[in-house]
Design a protein around this ligand. Structure first.
Ligand code: GLU
Ligand code: MG
Length: 482
């Protein structure tokens, strides 16, 4: 479980002693550095690193980092809001010791997610992890509800110039002229044994590293697009699930690099064709009971679970500004590519935005959940989960009614039929998503003005950054960013 208590200057009770013991343990395990990790508004993982000997000091007083990263774009240029984007000020990064992991895939390193507080000891209103902790805490307090979540990870393996044997001399990394291109690292068909064998060594090492890091893998398989794979991992509380999503990607990248491979988690490696999704699995629980199972509504859902799904659907157009945050994401978000681009739901459907998963008879009380598809891995997972939960709870609180199920591909519905059934096409561009987000007062209120303004400013910055580019150039601009 993730602690919901905020960090405090001097450390929470026991933190400094624990960090002192951990730092000795890390040194004994040949760890030389700890990666302190958070994700910015644009979805880029940003880090600082410290030696293990600094861990106790970090637990007490944090590690400094500028708040300016909250308004960084994926290309590292900076936009501003009323309060963010200035060169002034400092924040303290506090490692969450409960989630510190020795990185098997990156020998010599450990990793920990951080929360950010001000030098005065207040919550930083731009900290996405703090936002998610607050949303989860409020849900427990107001509704007695807890959540389990997991984020699927799809990525494309490319032949890489950086890796074993090709790292350059001194501090200069030799890169080939073709570095920005994507050349698939495997040629076997989708889901094929051929591709599984082609990437056998790397993926076996990946499985071993994840197991050593305490990540329970559900499945790993070759996916549809060229060189694409997918991994799904066990569900955790939402904050831990978001941490895990970051950790698993760090591990995939590190292990792949040791095999001379490059990886892209970008939503669209190319402008055309199937992209990389980051589908979110989410279930709401009360007193140990899964609200998505054992109820008297459709497919065993409880009335609350139906309303939760209805809330998700109602807010999805605005949510896409958070769950599909880059212009490249809209190259992926096309009908009939299993990305779920319509506000519709269905049992085990792969074209509606929300897939109701019942699980197998006999296992439903554990397995039933909702899968939200219009999410990619450019999304900050803390913001995405916090906003999805906010949307669902809005439906639950207002006892929203879930419309009729849609089976098959909603793209085949005649426009009048779709409209009559409440089936809307999700935004087709980031501009449209931002307009929807601006109109969604509940989402913006949940985020608070600092984060909501950061989301808008960063999205507008990304839109401006690709002005005049054609689709292939947009895909290329984000191909290696995530
Ligand atoms: N690659 C698809 C996407 O972009 C998802 C495929 C699947 O359902 O696993 O969302
Ligand atoms: Mg998949």
């Amino acid at each position: 479980m993730t602690t919901l208590a905020d960090p405090v200057p001097g450390g929470r009770p026991g933190d400094v002693e624990r960090a002192t013991a951990l730092s000795a343990e890390l040194s004994g395990r040949d760890v030389h550095g700890v990666v302190l990790s958070y994700v910015d508004t644009a979805g880029i993982g940003r880090v600082k690193t410290i030696p293990p000997a600094r861990l106790a000091s970090a637990a007490a007083w944090g590690v400094g980092m500028s708040p300016v990263f909250d308004t960084f774009l994926a290309n590292d240029s900076i936009v501003t809001t009323d309060v963010l984007g200035s060169p002034d000020g400092d924040l303290r990064l506090y490692p969450d010791l409960d989630h510190l992991v020795v990185l098997s895939g990156q020998p010599g390193w450990a990793w920990a997610p951080v929360d950010r507080i001000t030098q005065e000891g207040d919550r930083h209103p731009g900290c996405s992890r703090t936002f998610l902790r607050r949303i989860v805490g409020d849900a427990a307090e107001r509704h007695g509800i807890t959540f389990k979540a997991s984020i699927e990870i799809e990525w494309s393996f490319g032949q890489g110039a950086i890796g074993r044997g090709s790292v350059g001399h001194g501090s200069v990394v030799q890169r080939s002229a073709l570095d920005d291109d994507f050349v698939p690292a495997a040629s076997g068909p989708a889901y094929s044994a051929t591709r599984q064998v082609e990437l056998s060594d790397c993926t076996a090492e990946l499985m071993a590293a994840l197991a050593a890091q305490g990540v329970d893998v559900d499945q790993l398989h070759p996916e549809y697009a060229a060189g694409q794979f997918e991994i799904s991992v066990g569900a955790l509380d939402p904050v831990a699930a978001a941490d895990r999503s970051v950790l698993v990607r760090q591990t995939i990248r590190a292990v792949s690099q040791r095999h001379g491979l490059k990886v892209s988690f970008a939503p669209a490696v190319f402008a055309e064709g199937v992209g990389n999704g980051g589908h979110v699995h989410l279930s709401a629980w009360r007193d140990g009971m899964n609200l998505h199972s054992g109820g008297d509504r459709r497919y065993g859902m409880t009335a609350e679970a139906e309303s939760f799904a209805a809330g998700l659907l109602a807010h999805l157009p605005a949510l896409t500004a958070v769950t599909v945050p880059s212009p490249a994401g809209y190259l992926r978000l096309k009908p009939s590519q299993w990305a779920g681009v319509f506000t519709a739901w269905g049992r085990e459907t792969r074209e509606s935005a929300v897939r109701v998963i019942t699980g197998t008879a006999g296992h439903r009380d554990q397995a039933a959940n909702l899968e939200v598809k219009p999410v990619d891995l450019a999304a900050n997972p803390y913001l995405a989960l916090g906003c999805l939960i906010t949307a669902g709870l809005d439906g639950l609180e207002s006892a929203a009614s879930l419309p009729d199920e849609i089976t098959g591909d909603p793209a085949r519905l005649a426009p009048e039929d779709a409209a009559a059934r409440g089936v809307l096409r999700l935004p087709t561009s980031l501009d449209e998503a931002v307009e929807e987000f601006r109109k969604d007062e509940q989402l913006r209120a949940a985020l608070g003005p600092v984060l909501a303004d950061a989301v808008i400013a960063v999205r507008l910055g990304e839109i401006a950054a690709v002005a005049g580019l054609d689709d292939e150039q947009v895909a290329a601009a984000y191909r290696w960013k995530y």
